[in-house]
Design a binder for this molecule. Structure first.
Ligand SMILES: Cc1ncc(COP(=O)(O)OP(=O)(O)O)c(N)n1
Ligand SMILES: Cc1ncsc1CCOP(=O)(O)O
Ligand SMILES: [Mg+2]
Length: 231
Protein backbone atom coordinates (compact mmCIF):
# COMPACT_ATOMS: atom_id res chain seq x y z
CA UNK A 1 0.00 0.00 0.00
CA UNK A 2 1.28 3.51 -0.89
CA UNK A 3 2.26 5.79 1.97
CA UNK A 4 1.22 9.38 1.27
CA UNK A 5 3.11 12.31 2.75
CA UNK A 6 1.25 14.88 4.86
CA UNK A 7 1.68 17.32 1.96
CA UNK A 8 -0.01 14.90 -0.45
CA UNK A 9 -2.87 14.39 1.95
CA UNK A 10 -3.50 18.12 2.39
CA UNK A 11 -6.04 19.69 0.04
CA UNK A 12 -4.78 22.69 -1.91
CA UNK A 13 -6.84 25.54 -0.30
CA UNK A 14 -7.63 27.07 -3.72
CA UNK A 15 -8.92 23.74 -4.96
CA UNK A 16 -10.92 23.24 -1.78
CA UNK A 17 -12.49 26.71 -2.09
CA UNK A 18 -13.35 26.13 -5.78
CA UNK A 19 -14.81 22.69 -5.00
CA UNK A 20 -16.91 24.11 -2.16
CA UNK A 21 -18.12 26.94 -4.42
CA UNK A 22 -18.92 24.66 -7.39
CA UNK A 23 -20.88 22.24 -5.20
CA UNK A 24 -23.11 25.11 -4.07
CA UNK A 25 -23.66 26.84 -7.44
CA UNK A 26 -26.05 25.73 -10.15
CA UNK A 27 -24.50 25.09 -13.59
CA UNK A 28 -23.76 28.02 -15.91
CA UNK A 29 -26.79 29.09 -17.97
CA UNK A 30 -27.34 30.91 -21.25
CA UNK A 31 -28.58 34.53 -21.25
CA UNK A 32 -29.53 35.77 -24.73
CA UNK A 33 -29.27 39.43 -25.70
CA UNK A 34 -31.37 40.53 -28.69
CA UNK A 35 -29.68 42.04 -31.73
CA UNK A 36 -29.53 45.87 -31.45
CA UNK A 37 -32.31 46.12 -34.06
CA UNK A 38 -34.83 43.48 -35.13
CA UNK A 39 -37.40 42.94 -37.87
CA UNK A 40 -40.65 40.93 -38.07
CA UNK A 41 -38.67 37.70 -38.62
CA UNK A 42 -37.02 37.92 -35.23
CA UNK A 43 -39.88 36.10 -33.49
CA UNK A 44 -39.03 33.00 -35.55
CA UNK A 45 -35.34 33.34 -34.67
CA UNK A 46 -36.22 33.46 -30.96
CA UNK A 47 -38.48 30.40 -31.37
CA UNK A 48 -35.58 28.60 -33.07
CA UNK A 49 -33.26 29.58 -30.21
CA UNK A 50 -35.67 28.02 -27.71
CA UNK A 51 -35.81 24.87 -29.84
CA UNK A 52 -32.02 24.56 -29.63
CA UNK A 53 -31.73 24.13 -25.86
CA UNK A 54 -32.20 25.82 -22.49
CA UNK A 55 -32.25 29.62 -22.36
CA UNK A 56 -32.50 31.08 -18.85
CA UNK A 57 -33.02 34.73 -19.79
CA UNK A 58 -33.64 36.94 -22.79
CA UNK A 59 -32.81 40.65 -22.79
CA UNK A 60 -34.59 42.99 -25.22
CA UNK A 61 -31.83 45.44 -26.14
CA UNK A 62 -33.05 47.66 -28.96
CA UNK A 63 -30.79 50.67 -29.16
CA UNK A 64 -32.07 53.93 -30.66
CA UNK A 65 -35.81 53.10 -30.68
CA UNK A 66 -38.31 55.06 -28.61
CA UNK A 67 -40.12 53.31 -25.77
CA UNK A 68 -43.40 52.96 -27.70
CA UNK A 69 -41.65 51.15 -30.54
CA UNK A 70 -39.79 48.89 -28.09
CA UNK A 71 -43.07 48.16 -26.29
CA UNK A 72 -44.69 47.10 -29.60
CA UNK A 73 -41.76 44.85 -30.45
CA UNK A 74 -41.74 43.41 -26.93
CA UNK A 75 -45.27 42.03 -26.82
CA UNK A 76 -44.89 38.78 -28.85
CA UNK A 77 -41.36 38.20 -27.56
CA UNK A 78 -42.39 38.55 -23.92
CA UNK A 79 -45.15 35.97 -24.47
CA UNK A 80 -42.73 33.59 -26.17
CA UNK A 81 -40.34 33.90 -23.22
CA UNK A 82 -43.14 33.22 -20.73
CA UNK A 83 -44.13 30.10 -22.73
CA UNK A 84 -40.54 28.85 -22.50
CA UNK A 85 -39.96 29.63 -18.83
CA UNK A 86 -37.36 32.22 -19.79
CA UNK A 87 -36.93 35.49 -17.86
CA UNK A 88 -37.80 38.52 -20.00
CA UNK A 89 -35.42 41.40 -19.21
CA UNK A 90 -35.62 44.95 -20.57
CA UNK A 91 -32.39 46.81 -21.22
CA UNK A 92 -31.74 50.39 -20.02
CA UNK A 93 -35.20 51.50 -18.87
CA UNK A 94 -36.75 50.64 -15.51
CA UNK A 95 -39.84 52.65 -16.54
CA UNK A 96 -40.36 50.47 -19.60
CA UNK A 97 -39.75 47.31 -17.58
CA UNK A 98 -42.49 48.49 -15.21
CA UNK A 99 -44.88 49.38 -18.05
CA UNK A 100 -44.44 45.93 -19.66
CA UNK A 101 -44.46 43.92 -16.45
CA UNK A 102 -41.08 42.48 -17.48
CA UNK A 103 -39.25 40.04 -15.22
CA UNK A 104 -36.42 42.49 -14.80
CA UNK A 105 -34.22 45.27 -16.08
CA UNK A 106 -30.55 45.53 -16.99
CA UNK A 107 -28.95 48.81 -15.95
CA UNK A 108 -25.64 50.18 -17.22
CA UNK A 109 -23.64 52.59 -15.09
CA UNK A 110 -25.57 55.51 -16.64
CA UNK A 111 -29.00 53.88 -16.70
CA UNK A 112 -30.16 54.62 -13.17
CA UNK A 113 -29.85 53.46 -9.59
CA UNK A 114 -30.64 49.81 -8.74
CA UNK A 115 -32.30 51.03 -5.52
CA UNK A 116 -34.74 53.13 -7.54
CA UNK A 117 -35.39 50.16 -9.84
CA UNK A 118 -36.09 47.96 -6.81
CA UNK A 119 -38.54 50.51 -5.38
CA UNK A 120 -40.31 50.73 -8.74
CA UNK A 121 -40.28 47.05 -9.79
CA UNK A 122 -40.59 45.29 -6.46
CA UNK A 123 -38.80 42.43 -4.69
CA UNK A 124 -39.36 39.78 -7.38
CA UNK A 125 -37.76 41.78 -10.22
CA UNK A 126 -34.38 40.67 -11.56
CA UNK A 127 -32.11 43.72 -11.57
CA UNK A 128 -28.77 43.42 -13.33
CA UNK A 129 -25.93 45.93 -13.34
CA UNK A 130 -23.00 46.43 -15.75
CA UNK A 131 -19.70 46.42 -13.84
CA UNK A 132 -17.21 46.32 -16.78
CA UNK A 133 -13.89 45.07 -15.28
CA UNK A 134 -14.39 46.63 -11.85
CA UNK A 135 -14.47 44.80 -8.54
CA UNK A 136 -15.46 48.09 -6.93
CA UNK A 137 -18.50 48.61 -9.19
CA UNK A 138 -19.57 45.02 -8.59
CA UNK A 139 -19.45 45.37 -4.81
CA UNK A 140 -21.35 48.65 -5.08
CA UNK A 141 -24.01 46.98 -7.26
CA UNK A 142 -24.32 44.14 -4.75
CA UNK A 143 -24.76 46.62 -1.91
CA UNK A 144 -27.38 48.48 -3.95
CA UNK A 145 -29.44 45.29 -4.17
CA UNK A 146 -28.65 44.03 -7.68
CA UNK A 147 -29.63 40.42 -8.48
CA UNK A 148 -26.64 39.91 -10.74
CA UNK A 149 -23.47 41.73 -11.74
CA UNK A 150 -22.21 41.69 -15.34
CA UNK A 151 -18.52 41.76 -16.30
CA UNK A 152 -17.21 42.32 -19.84
CA UNK A 153 -16.36 42.61 -22.61
CA UNK A 154 -14.23 39.47 -22.30
CA UNK A 155 -13.56 39.23 -26.07
CA UNK A 156 -13.66 41.65 -29.01
CA UNK A 157 -17.21 42.33 -30.17
CA UNK A 158 -18.92 44.16 -33.05
CA UNK A 159 -22.20 44.45 -31.12
CA UNK A 160 -21.13 47.32 -28.88
CA UNK A 161 -18.19 49.69 -28.58
CA UNK A 162 -16.43 48.66 -25.40
CA UNK A 163 -13.63 50.15 -23.30
CA UNK A 164 -13.01 47.35 -20.81
CA UNK A 165 -11.46 43.89 -21.17
CA UNK A 166 -11.54 42.01 -17.84
CA UNK A 167 -9.48 38.93 -17.18
CA UNK A 168 -11.57 35.79 -16.50
CA UNK A 169 -10.05 35.71 -12.99
CA UNK A 170 -12.48 38.49 -12.00
CA UNK A 171 -15.21 35.83 -12.20
CA UNK A 172 -13.31 33.47 -9.88
CA UNK A 173 -12.62 36.31 -7.48
CA UNK A 174 -16.29 37.29 -7.44
CA UNK A 175 -17.70 33.78 -7.06
CA UNK A 176 -15.24 32.84 -4.35
CA UNK A 177 -16.24 35.85 -2.23
CA UNK A 178 -19.92 36.44 -3.05
CA UNK A 179 -23.04 34.37 -3.60
CA UNK A 180 -24.65 36.89 -5.97
CA UNK A 181 -24.69 35.52 -9.55
CA UNK A 182 -22.30 36.97 -12.13
CA UNK A 183 -22.75 37.29 -15.88
CA UNK A 184 -19.95 37.22 -18.45
CA UNK A 185 -20.56 39.18 -21.68
CA UNK A 186 -18.79 40.35 -24.82
CA UNK A 187 -17.80 38.42 -27.95
CA UNK A 188 -18.59 35.06 -26.40
CA UNK A 189 -19.00 32.05 -28.68
CA UNK A 190 -19.49 28.34 -28.00
CA UNK A 191 -15.79 27.95 -28.89
CA UNK A 192 -14.36 30.56 -26.48
CA UNK A 193 -16.84 30.30 -23.57
CA UNK A 194 -15.18 27.44 -21.65
CA UNK A 195 -12.57 29.50 -19.70
CA UNK A 196 -15.34 31.85 -18.50
CA UNK A 197 -17.50 28.95 -17.39
CA UNK A 198 -14.56 27.33 -15.61
CA UNK A 199 -13.73 30.66 -13.94
CA UNK A 200 -17.20 30.63 -12.38
CA UNK A 201 -19.62 32.60 -14.60
CA UNK A 202 -23.19 31.84 -13.56
CA UNK A 203 -24.51 33.12 -16.88
CA UNK A 204 -22.97 33.59 -20.31
CA UNK A 205 -24.62 36.52 -22.11
CA UNK A 206 -24.54 36.22 -25.88
CA UNK A 207 -25.86 38.11 -28.86
CA UNK A 208 -24.13 37.80 -32.25
CA UNK A 209 -22.85 34.25 -31.75
CA UNK A 210 -26.49 33.12 -31.68
CA UNK A 211 -28.30 35.49 -34.07
CA UNK A 212 -25.54 35.58 -36.70
CA UNK A 213 -24.68 31.87 -36.52
CA UNK A 214 -24.33 30.49 -40.07
CA UNK A 215 -26.52 27.47 -39.29
CA UNK A 216 -29.21 29.35 -37.36
CA UNK A 217 -30.09 30.13 -33.76
CA UNK A 218 -31.19 26.58 -32.84
CA UNK A 219 -27.81 25.15 -33.80
CA UNK A 220 -26.02 27.98 -31.95
CA UNK A 221 -27.95 27.38 -28.71
CA UNK A 222 -27.38 23.62 -29.03
CA UNK A 223 -23.63 24.26 -29.31
CA UNK A 224 -23.71 26.49 -26.21
CA UNK A 225 -25.60 23.78 -24.31
CA UNK A 226 -22.75 21.35 -25.02
CA UNK A 227 -20.03 23.84 -24.00
CA UNK A 228 -21.83 24.86 -20.81
CA UNK A 229 -22.42 21.27 -19.73
CA UNK A 230 -18.85 20.11 -20.48
CA UNK A 231 -16.84 23.02 -19.01
C1 LIG B 1 -26.05 41.24 -19.30
C2 LIG B 1 -25.60 42.57 -19.79
N1 LIG B 1 -24.38 43.01 -19.42
C3 LIG B 1 -23.95 44.21 -19.85
C4 LIG B 1 -24.75 45.00 -20.66
C5 LIG B 1 -24.29 46.36 -21.11
O1 LIG B 1 -25.10 47.38 -20.52
P1 LIG B 1 -24.70 48.92 -20.74
O2 LIG B 1 -23.34 49.10 -20.20
O3 LIG B 1 -25.77 49.79 -20.20
O4 LIG B 1 -24.67 49.07 -22.32
P2 LIG B 1 -25.92 48.92 -23.30
O5 LIG B 1 -26.26 47.48 -23.39
O6 LIG B 1 -27.06 49.71 -22.76
O7 LIG B 1 -25.42 49.45 -24.61
C6 LIG B 1 -26.00 44.49 -21.02
N2 LIG B 1 -26.86 45.18 -21.80
N3 LIG B 1 -26.41 43.29 -20.57
C1 LIG C 1 -24.17 44.60 -24.62
C2 LIG C 1 -22.74 44.36 -24.40
N1 LIG C 1 -22.11 44.84 -23.29
C3 LIG C 1 -20.82 44.53 -23.25
S1 LIG C 1 -20.33 43.65 -24.61
C4 LIG C 1 -21.92 43.67 -25.23
C5 LIG C 1 -22.27 43.04 -26.54
C6 LIG C 1 -22.65 41.58 -26.41
O1 LIG C 1 -22.92 41.07 -27.68
P1 LIG C 1 -21.99 39.96 -28.38
O2 LIG C 1 -22.30 38.66 -27.73
O3 LIG C 1 -22.46 39.99 -29.83
O4 LIG C 1 -20.57 40.37 -28.24
MG1 LIG D 1 -27.50 50.47 -20.91
Amino acid sequence: MTDFTDEELTLDPDFAARFERDMRRPPCQLYLISPPDIDAGFEDALKAAFDGGPVAAFQLRLKGLDEHAIARAAEPLQKLCADHDCAFIINDSMALAKRLGADGVHLGQGDGDPREARALLGPAAQIGVTCHDSRHLAMEAGEAGADYVAFGAFYPTQTKETQHRPDPSILSWWTTLFGLPCVAIGGITAENAAPLVRAGADFIAVSSAVWAHGQGAAKAVAEFAITLSKS
